[in-house]
Design a protein around this ligand. Structure first.
Ligand SMILES: O=C(CO)COP(=O)(O)O
Ligand SMILES: O=C[C@H](O)COP(=O)(O)O
Ligand SMILES: [Zn+2]
Ligand SMILES: [Zn+2]
Length: 360
């Protein structure tokens, strides 16, 4: 059984200069695809479930599934993470169901749509950190609101995301405020806003620094060199997946995602967790369309779900290789949550600050 915490995994990733893709799952097929891909390249795993995934699959089903995945692959360190928790209670119930890590997304209010003020964000995030650390679980916070620097629009596409127009200030995490936020909340990982958004339609052209602000990542890393940064909305939406989707009868207008080279640049600047859902959705759906389009008489779900799993496995495996995650699993010795709880209580895992460290 190798269920570990996000904090342990990202500390290891920072020490060895790699990034870890966090893949969203909603069902068994996606869970198997992630684990098979990881095991084939010796990569540790972050599986995450959104609130939508929890209501789709049921918490008990998800909990048992994770237990099963950990039992099938005992040598693969596995983090089970809540994606975009909207409130303290959502995070608490995830931990009760065996999640080893939660995201408290206090950049938005509990409705998941209204941008929240800074004090609210600090307050709810700190309260989840206290609760989670008592039992050794990890917490990701978010500062800044995800949305497009091209249109200024928030991104309500997936049910979670700001509604309406946002200012440039809201769309880019303020590096000085990030320092204050980490000090006050003690989060284990910090999601930042720099022009990415969820879903397939992130950019209307290949992104440059004006619409994908990697400079913000670099500045935050300069101020907070020990903080693990998280990039949301980081599907690459590669051209070959768009082409495969359209060739199979889908209709996806030309779009651009976050280029892998930019993510690799981020990994050099403290990005340790990279959230990916859309690429896998497109890959699976293209495969399903391909089978059903060719054989209109097919009605055995395994005939299209197997190719869908293969397509997702290929995406996951490629990201493990591109982000340097491959080859790292066997180097990790799982630390139980009870031990993590002791380390938090002792202050050993408190945030470190560049200036302070030098002064001590
Ligand atoms: O950020 C994500 C989940 O939190 C997923 O992002 P994508 O939509 O780019 O895959
Ligand atoms: O937050 C975005 C992830 O892609 C999850 O999406 P979801 O809320 O539709 O499950
Ligand atoms: Zn958010
Ligand atoms: Zn996200």
């Amino acid at each position: 059984m190798a269920l570990i915490t996000l904090r342990q995994l990202l500390d290891h990733a920072a020490e060895h200069d790699y990034g870890v893709p966090a893949f969203n799952i909603n069902n068994m097929e996606q869970g198997l695809a992630v684990m098979e891909a990881a095991a084939s390249v010796d990569a540790p795993v972050i599986i995450q479930a959104s609130r939508g995934a929890r209501s789709y699959a049921n918490d008990i089903m998800l909990a048992k599934m994770i237990e099963a995945l950990a039992a099938i692959w005992p040598d693969t360190p596995l983090v089970m993470h809540l994606d975009h928790g909207n409130a303290e209670a959502t995070c608490a119930s995830a931990i009760r169901f065996g999640f080893t890590s939660v995201m408290m997304d206090g950049s938005l209010k509990a409705d998941g749509k209204t941008p929240a003020d800074y004090d609210y964000n600090v307050r709810v995030t700190r309260s989840v950190v206290d609760m989670a650390h008592w039992v050794g679980a990890s917490v990701e916070g978010e500062l800044g609101v995800l949305g497009s620097l091209e249109s200024g629009m928030g991104e309500k596409e997936d049910g979670h995301g700001a509604e309406g127009k946002l200012s440039h200030d809201q769309l880019l995490t303020d590096p000085a405020q990030a320092e204050d936020f980490v000090a006050r909340t003690k989060v284990d990982a910090l999601a930042i806003a720099m022009g990415t958004s969820h879903g397939a339609y992130k950019f209307s052209r290949k992104p440059d620094g004006a619409i994908l602000a990697m400079k913000v990542v670099e500045e935050i890393h300069r101020r907070l060199p020990s903080t693990h940064l998280v990039m949301h909305g980081s599907s690459s939406v590669p051209q070959d997946l768009q082409d495969a989707f359209n060739a199979a009868g889908g209709e996806m207008p030309q779009t651009w995602g976050v280029p892998v080279a930019e993510i690799q640049r981020g990994i050099k600047s403290g990005v340790r967790k990279i959230n990916i859902d859309t690429d896998n959705r497109i890959a699976m759906t293209a495969a399903i369309r391909g089978v059903l389009g060719k054989n209109k008489g097919e009605f055995d779900p395994r005939k299209y779900l197997k190719p869908a799993m293969e397509a997702m496995r290929a995406v996951c495996r490629q990201r493990y290789e591109e982000f340097g995650t491959a080859g790292q699993a066997s180097k990790i010795k799982p630390i139980p949550l009870s031990e993590m709880a002791k380390r938090y209580a002792s202050g050993a895992l408190d945030p470190q600050f560049a200036g302070k460290k030098a002064a001590e």
